[in-house]
Design a protein around this ligand. Structure first.
Ligand code: CP
Length: 304
C-alpha cells in the first residue's frame, strides 16, 4: 500500500493482513518499548483540519510507539488562518522531512487530492474526509467485531443505525463488511438521513428500529452529525431518541450475545442511552483500544 485513502477497493487479503497485524500488536500498543525503532528516523504529522479526540490521539500514540517523530498540526493556530492552502501546508511540512501524513478534512476527496499533490515518497492516511471515508475507523470496527464474534463474518447479521447519510464511518464499515462477506447488513434510520442507493446496495433498509434489531449479532450506532446537517432533517432530539435511540429494552430484541459499537463521540440520551453505552454489551472502549493497534499496523505498512 502507498496510501490508505478508503476501504473501497482494498483487497480482502490486504484488509485481513492489517487486521492480523493489529491483533498481534494489541499488547505492544500499550507496552510500547518492544516495538520502538520500527519507524525510527521517520516523521509523522497529524494534519487535522477538523476536530478529533480518538483518531488524532491514537495516531500520535501509534507513531510514538513505533519510534517515529510526531508532529501535531493545529489548524486553528496555523498559517491556514492567513489563507495558506492545505497543499502548501503539506509541501511546507514535507520540506522539513515529514513523509507520513495523517489527514482529516471536512471535504469529500480532500485527502486524495493532497495525496496527488504530495508526489512520490510520501504516504497519506485518510483520518476522515467529509462524508466519504474513515478507513482506520472501519478497520478498528472490523477488528472489534472479529474479537467479539470470531473470524467468520459469513455468519454475522450486522445492523447500522442512525445518520448514515452524513457518516464516513458507515461508508467505510459497509465496504469492509462486504469485503469480509457479512451474512446480512441491515440499515435503519429516518428517510432524511439515509444515503444514496449506491451506498445502500445489498443492504436491507428499514425505518423500524424494533424490527431491524430482531436477532442481530452486532449493532453499530452512529452519531447524529448535527454539524453537517441542514436544519429540519430531524424534527427534535426527543423524537429522534424515541424512534432511533438504543435503549436496554430495545437491545433485548437483538441476539442475547449481541455487541454494541459506536465510533464516538456519543450523543448520550440521543442515539444511545447511558445504560447501553456503559453496559455489558458495549464494545465502545474496546473500539478505542483497538484504534491504537490498528493505526500502528497501518503506519507500519505504509512507512515501515
Ligand atoms: N471516531 C472518531 O473519528 O472520533 P474522533 O472524531 O474523536 O477522532
Amino acid at each position: 500500500l502507498r496510501h490508505l485513502l478508503a476501504l473501497e477497493g482494498l483487497p480482502r487479503a490486504a484488509l485481513l493482513r492489517l487486521l492480523d497485524r493489529a491483533q498481534a500488536l494489541r499488547a505492544d500498543a500499550y507496552a510500547g518499548s518492544a516495538l520502538r525503532g520500527t519507524l525510527a528516523g521517520k516523521a509523522v504529522c497529524n494534519l487535522f483540519f477538523e476536530p478529533s479526540t480518538r483518531t488524532r490521539s491514537s495516531f500520535q500514540l501509534a507513531a510514538t510507539r513505533l519510534g517515529a517523530d510526531t508532529l501535531n498540526f493545529d489548524a486553528s493556530t496555523s498559517s491556514t488562518k492567513k489563507g495558506e492552502t492545505a497543499a502548501d501546508t503539506l509541501r511546507t511540512l514535507q520540506a522539513m522531512g515529514v513523509h507520513g501524513f495523517v489527514v482529516r478534512h471536512s471535504e469529500d476527496g480532500a485527502v486524495a487530492a493532497l495525496a496527488q499533490a504530495a508526489g512520490a515518497g510520501t504516504a497519506l492516511v485518510n483520518a476522515g474526509d467529509g462524508r466519504h471515508a474513515h478507513p482506520t475507523q472501519g478497520l478498528l470496527d472490523m477488528l472489534t467485531l472479529r474479537q467479539a464474534k470470531g473470524p467468520d463474518f459469513a455468519r454475522l447479521k450486522v445492523l447500522i443505525v442512525g445518520d448514515v447519510r452524513h457518516s464516513r464511518v458507515a461508508r467505510s464499515d459497509l465496504h469492509a463488511l462486504r469485503t469480509l462477506g457479512a451474512a446480512e447488513i441491515r440499515i435503519c434510520g429516518p428517510q432524511a438521513l439515509l444515503p444514496d442507493a449506491a451506498t445502500l446496495a445489498g443492504c436491507a433498509v428499514t425505518q423500524d428500529l424494533d424490527a431491524a434489531l430482531d436477532g442481530v449479532d452486532a449493532v453499530m450506532m452512529l452519531r447524529l452529525q448535527r454539524e453537517r446537517m441542514q436544519q429540519g432533517l430531524v424534527a427534535s432530539l426527543q423524537d429522534y431518541h424515541r424512534d432511533y435511540g438504543l435503549t436496554v429494552a430495545r437491545l433485548r430484541r437483538a441476539a442475547p450475545d449481541a455487541v454494541v459499537l459506536h465510533p464516538g463521540p456519543m450523543n448520550r440520551g440521543v442515539e444511545i442511552d447511558d445504560a447501553v453505552a456503559d453496559g455489558p454489551q458495549s464494545r465502545v472502549l474496546a473500539q478505542v483500544a483497538n484504534g491504537v493497534a490498528v493505526r500502528m499496523a497501518v503506519l507500519e505498512e505504509l512507512l515501515g
